[in-house]
Design a protein around this ligand. Sequence first.
Ligand code: IPE
Ligand code: IPE
Ligand code: MG
Length: 239
Amino acid sequence: MLLTGRIPKHAGIIMDGNGRWAESRGLPRVEGHRRGVERTKEVVEVAAELGLKVLTLYAFSTENWLRPNSEVTTLMKLLELYLKRELGNLVKNNVVFKTIGDIWRLPEDIQKVIRETEEKTSLNKGMILVAAWSYSGRNEILRAVKKVLCAGIKPEDLTEEIFSSYLDTAALPSPDLIIRTGGEMRISNFLIWQGAYSELYFTDTLWPDFTKDEFLFAIQDYQRRERRFGAISLKADAP
Ligand code: IPE
Ligand code: IPE
Ligand code: MG
């Protein structure tokens, strides 16, 4: 056991800072993305070992499609490589792989690798690793609204629970903790519905420098938080 105390059921990570990591070393941005993938492998292993039920990694937003073609193509290739190379480890670590986002926008061959990885890990019983890829919260919500309308659900029947079941994250718990590396203090369209009561943790560390210890440090910080969900502190009532 790496840590005692409350472990978040679901943690999300906005993996930011790859480009700056590379630029500060005079390297092309894509080199930062390559290094970022190495970090991803380590964090996935630690999260599974800690006993998280779900780890969601924000790796490519719908807005990231606006980046130069060469960067987008490299990011797609890196996803494909990661999945092909890591499948064995995902199976070994009992991890279930899923994606959220507008996956249909990806090149057909990458969609195929994603589907295969999802299928080959679907019977695993351990942590669910969710890749948010071509994902944004607003896009997800809009697609969910369209599905709700197509399903003919009457306004008076629509509840938060029913609406949630039309999101890409249906059946997943809301994130308890959202970590953002890279120094920016914003959510950048990540899990905006599901993160309504997430604890937020920001660090200046750039994603390629985000070690296992930094991850454990973030979890320890989370363990000190008091989550009230709009109610009053239990401590306030203490004599
Ligand atoms: C995060 O790193 C990875 C993606 C968004 C794809 P960035 O590429 O945004 O790195 P910075 O923020 O420019 O340093
Ligand atoms: C957020 O990073 C998205 C991902 C990490 C995938 P960005 O670099 O795209 O976000 P902004 O542009 O700084 O808000
Ligand atoms: Mg960035």
